[in-house]
Design a protein around this ligand. Structure first.
Ligand code: PGA
Length: 258
């Protein structure tokens, strides 16, 4: 069985200007300083305007946290006002890029084929995609959650080699749980993450299905993270609200020490 190192990621969405972000990361690093948290990887995903500042802080203070982005454009360069390419992110030492977050899909109408193109662009520049999938409450109530997720995975991963798929991160994020305080129960989250792994087995084969890391996201908090992380198919968490403050983020990372 492949050993999968858990990944705890903080998605700051449109919060924290670069001054606040610097302060937050310094405070997070201070709070984690005396703890051994080498059992997991940690990433922060600030807004674009903070990336350069956070890169400098992480590198100059040797903080073992990976820099992440929340979004990218699929083209290398061109007349795409307001967009940022994966080549630009790579130059900032960004390691992980969130793609297909439900807010991007719902508010900005991102399609599965754009998501697919973005994943290819992220790999082209040596970074790791965190592909988000998840169902709405209506889809869940109608019994369509599994099918929705399977389709998002099939379309999102089209034409991506199995070695690459095995290195990816999938974030299963039920849309009804994002920012609502209504977390999926550990058993429900496990069932859906196992479904994701099963889909990867069908799409790309055994080895990628065993090595791919699957995060759960949706109202993860310091009080519920440990139970979620104990589940067999949950290899990490993608966290919004509870990752905004240093103390709370530190407690998420320390889920094994509580
Ligand atoms: P939340 O957000 O933790 O605030 O629910 C999660 C996400 O959107 O990734």
């Amino acid at each position: 069985m492949t050993e999968r190192k858990p990944l705890i990621s903080g998605n700051w969405k449109m919060h924290h200007n670069h001054f606040q972000a610097i302060q937050m990361v310094q405070s997070l690093s201070y709070q984690l300083n005396n703890d051994d948290y080498s059992y997991c990887d940690v990433s922060v995903h600030p807004p674009f305007t903070d990336l350069r500042s956070i890169q400098t802080v992480l590198e100059s203070d040797n903080i073992p946290i990976s820099l992440g982005a929340q979004h990218c454009h699929e083209q290398e360069k061109g007349a795409f006002t307001g967009e940022v390419s994966t080549g630009m992110l790579e130059k900032l030492n960004v390691k992980l890029v969130i793609v297909g977050h439900s807010e991007r899909r719902e508010i900005f109408n991102e399609t599965d084929s754009q998501v697919n193109a973005k994943i290819k662009a992220i790999f082209k520049h040596g970074m790791t995609p965190i592909l988000c999938v998840g169902e709405t409450i209506d889809e869940r109530d109608a019994g369509d959650a599994e099918t929705k997720i399977k389709n998002q995975l099939i379309e999102g991963l089209q034409g991506i080699g199995k070695d690459r798929v095995g290195k990816m991160v999938i974030a299963y994020e039920p849309i009804w749980a994002i920012g609502t305080g209504a977390t999926a129960t550990p058993a429900d989250a496990q069932e859906m993450c196992a479904h994701v792994r099963n889909c990867i087995l069908e799409i790309s084969g055994k080895s990628p299905s065993e090595s791919i890391r699957i995060q759960y996201g949706g109202s993860v908090k310091p009080v519920n993270i440990a139970d979620l992380m104990m589940q067999n198919d949950i290899d990490g968490a993608l966290v919004g609200g509870a990752a905004l403050e240093a103390e709370s983020f530190a407690r998420l990372v320390q889920y094994r020490l509580q």
